[in-house]
Design a protein around this ligand. Structure first.
Ligand code: HGY
Ligand code: MN
Ligand code: MN
Length: 407
């Protein structure tokens, strides 16, 4: 039994060209019209394939293939997400969802006798760009956040809009209660989004664990003042303070032999004028480490630094927790099956850690879970230059098919 290579690549390209901005960039950000366009296309493919389509209150979409005989058994679930970051590539998330669809299509065409139902899932707001935290749809499905809570989260561009109002607006505020079924296993095929497989020329990553994530929003309150007349020693400069915090974070990462990574991805000054010392700075910190003790120590070091620099600069600093996820270890039995399948197909493979967050991080709370990676060209991701060779894409989906039949 072999997947249909052209159909897989076709669906990837088609979804990749859906929900683009006028200027051609791909930003299918959660619960926007662009996201709706991608969702509608995916649902049309599920219907075309004759699957039962269910949507839950978080807008998570499930394509279900079950029979009279097997419908009471826990299903095998292959999932990921089809929402994207701003100005994204076409593979992040979509590759895993469309590979799940391709696997189901292949099983169906070959009248494969399924012991269990099989489901392809597309989780809402994996990226967490517009609504915090990220991996939100799978987090709620896995019982890590109450659905009422999640639906109240506000859109960062307009606090009038909530996830609920936006899901209703795009027609994906579904009836099913998140967690309306318990998976037998959860498998997520994803591009690595990092440089290891590409650098080492290895085709398949058997992902054994995923690092912890800490997201915070920081607000620095300084004092607006004249850029020309105010002597440096009298300044309460929110901008300068922010710059000191960003360099502190880089030093923290550089000094961590346990590979801490730190990112300040968003920043805004008020009043944001060339000749006014910023009175306020609002920015976000993304801190990650595979080791929970180390991540906690990093958060502690940051907290102490904020107190110190606040004193020194005479500014007030507030923080708000946006997301905090523990590192997870995936199911060793499934990781072994992934390795065995890759080996039987004579594909090169290696065990590895995921640097990125994924829905699998949440689903591992409720069922045996593991991930399969394929190489990302030069490790580039969250960038339109994100790229994976067709050969590697096909290998990954073929491994997913064989892992599913083995399970
Ligand atoms: O942030 C992440 O790692 C994921 O892309 N949401
Ligand atoms: Mn992703
Ligand atoms: Mn992503």
């Amino acid at each position: 039994m072999r997947i249909n290579r052209n159909r897989l690549l076709e669906t990837l390209k088609k979804l990749g060209s859906t929900g683009r901005e006028e200027n051609g960039t791909l930003s299918r950000v959660a619960a926007t019209d662009n996201d709706k366009a991608g969702r509608d296309l995916f649902v049309s493919w599920l219907n075309e394939t004759g699957l039962t389509v269910k949507v839950d209150q978080m807008g998570n979409i499930f394509g279900i293939l079950e029979t009279e005989e097997n419908k009471d058994k826990e299903p095998i679930v292959m999932g990921s997400h089809i929402d994207s970051v701003i100005n994204a590539g076409i593979y992040d998330g979509c590759y895993g969802v469309l590979s799940g669809l391709e696997v189901i299509r292949t099983l169906k065409e070959n009248n494969y006798k399924l012991e269990r139902p099989i489901i392809v899932a597309a989780f809402t707001n994996e990226e967490g760009v517009r609504f915090h935290p990220d991996m939100m749809g799978s987090l709620v499905f896995a019982g890590g956040l109450a659905v009422e809570e999640a639906l109240k989260s506000k859109a960062i561009e307009n606090p009038e809009l909530t996830l609920k109002s936006e899901l209703q607006r795009i027609g994906y505020y579904g009836d099913e209660k998140p967690g309306f079924f318990k998976p037998y296993v959860y498998l997520e095929l994803h591009i690595e989004q990092g440089p290891i497989l590409d650098y080492e020329k290895i085709s398949i990553g058997a992902v054994e664990n995923l690092q912890g994530i800490s997201w915070q929003k920081v607000i620095v309150y300084g004092e607006a003042n004249h850029a020309g007349t105010t002597p440096t020693r009298l300044r309460k400069d929110a901008g300068y303070t922010t710059a000191k915090i960003i360099t502190f974070l880089r030093d923290l990462a550089n000094n961590s032999n346990e590979k801490t990574v730190a990112t300040v991805g968003t920043i805004e000054f008020e009043p944001n004028a060339i000749n006014i010392i910023p009175s306020k700075s609002i920015f976000t910190i993304d801190l990650r480490n595979p080791n929970e003790e180390k991540l906690k120590a990093d958060e502690e070091a940051l907290k102490n630094y904020l107190e110190k620099i606040g004193e020194e600069e005479g500014v007030k600093i507030e923080t708000e927790r946006l997301a905090r996820f523990l590192p997870v270890t995936f199911n060793e039995k499934i990781v072994k099956i992934i390795k065995d399948v890759a080996k039987n197909k004579n594909y090169s493979y290696r065990r590895m850690t995921s640097g990125a967050g994924h829905d699998a991080q949440m689903m591992s709370r409720i069922c045996p879970t593991a991930m399969i990676f394929v190489p990302s060209y030069k490790g580039i991701s969250h960038n339109p230059a994100e790229f994976t060779e067709d050969e590697d894409l096909v290998k990954g989906t073929s491994v997913l098919l064989d892992v599913v039949t083995k399970l």
